[in-house]
Design a protein around this ligand. Structure first.
Ligand code: ADP
Ligand code: MG
Length: 350
């Protein structure tokens, strides 16, 4: 397995990654999730051996300090698959097989391995096409097949889906997870997109300004964001504090602490005639999936809410309930609720 201990990287004395300690067990997919400039790519490059780092990077307990990039047994895949434009899809996938020991395989064995990889990524029959004739999503699948060709002991992915449009990103993300799981690949994926991280990874490490601020399995990070910044970064719509937080926590049936804080999804407050909260609609907008409201809630202030049926007009009085599974207490050591509904179960954009 991969272990990082107090890994730091600086460019001309300016720190880009600071004291990162992480473990990645065999067969797991870890997403490094953070905003642009938080040091994700730098850390990935350090793991690949492309960036000199302080601290210890080791594999199965052995230091990689003096192991050059091409001897680490890792494969890299980038946002723009970086295929050879003049080579066919099959030749692109076969390329690393030819370079490595596997090059000793017979032509026939290589061709059958390539066919198997193309099937794995859903591109059976595409072998003779040129990259220029493929869609962006198909090109990324070829890049993935090529990265997997040499059975890397670790796959390093840098924003593999970021160049794709939203619908495709979601579909290819689900495929990527299936492919990595089926192949039993250990992977470290860098992304700034929380949806991408939640779709593909088993574990998350959230990065901010060069440091890992939170690490854990998906549901754990999701339900207990380390702090308000992390909650907002993970896609919670708002973080309420003080009396407003107390009102929402109480309505959700969650514990109210001395210094109440609660992070709420856009759909945490739901219009419900028997709900405990009262409010007045500020604005309403019907989207294909739900009716999104802004409601001035008594004791809370203006917050987002959803209406399961009907579009109430501005000024209309409504009652609301709070869905505990769509609220979280940042920094709470104890679970905010027993709900296990994670982002995989939630609708997009809720
Ligand atoms: P991320 O991948 O999270 O967007 P990066 O690892 O690319 O972040 O960058 C982290 C920080 O290091 C940024 O401030 C960036 O400007 C800086 N940086 C990255 N690469 C270099 C480089 N080759 N030389 C100097 N500074 C760099
Ligand atoms: Mg980057």
């Amino acid at each position: 397995m991969l272990s990082l201990k107090d890994v730091s990287v600086a460019y001309d004395g300016v720190p880009a990654v600071t004291d990162v300690t992480l473990d990645l067990a065999d067969g797991q997919v870890l997403a490094l999730l953070g905003p642009s400039g938080s040091g994700k790519s730098t850390l990935l490059r350090a793991v690949a051996g492309l960036e000199p780092a302080e601290g210890a990077i080791s594999w199965d307990g052995r230091s990689l300090a003096h192991v050059p990039t091409h001897k680490r047994g890792f494969a890299l895949m980038f946002q723009d698959g970086q295929l050879f434009a003049h080579l066919s899809v099959a030749a692109n996938v076969a390329y690393p097989l030819k370079l490595r020991r596997a090059g000793r395989r017979s032509r026939a064995a290589r061709a059958s391995r390539v066919a198997e990889l193309l099937d794995l990524v859903g591109l059976g029959g595409y072998g003779s096409r040129l990259p220029g004739t493929l869609s962006g999503g198909e090109r990324q699948r070829v890049a993935l097949a090529r990265a997997l060709a040499v059975d890397p002991r670790l796959l390093l992915l840098d924003e593999p889906l970021s160049a794709l449009d939203a619908g495709l990103r979601e579909r290819l993300g689900a495929d990527l997870r299936r492919i990595l799981t089926e192949a039993g690949t250990t992977a470290l994926m860098v992304t700034h997109d929380q949806e991408e991280a939640f779709t593909v990874a088993d574990r998350l490490a959230v990065m901010r300004a060069g440091r890992v601020v939170q690490e854990g399995d998906l549901a754990q990070v999701w339900q207990h964001p380390a702090d308000p910044w992390t909650a907002l970064f993970l896609g919670y719509a708002r973080v309420l504090e003080g009396p407003a937080a107390a009102v929402v926590l109480q309505a959700a049936g969650l514990r109210v602490s001395d210094r109440p804080v609660v992070a709420v999804r856009r759909s945490a407050l739901v219009v419900d005639p028997s709900g405990p909260l009262r409010g007045s609609v500020v604005s309403a907008r019907a989207t294909p999936d739900q009716v999104r409201l802004v409601v001035a809630v008594e004791g809370v202030g203006e917050v987002d809410a959803v209406s399961p049926s009907g579009v109430p007009g501005p000024g209309e009085s409504v009652r609301l309930r709070v869905e505990p599974a769509r609220a979280a207490v940042p920094g709470a050591a104890e679970p905010a609720s027993n709900a296990t509904a994670g982002p995989r179960g939630a609708e997009r954009g809720d």
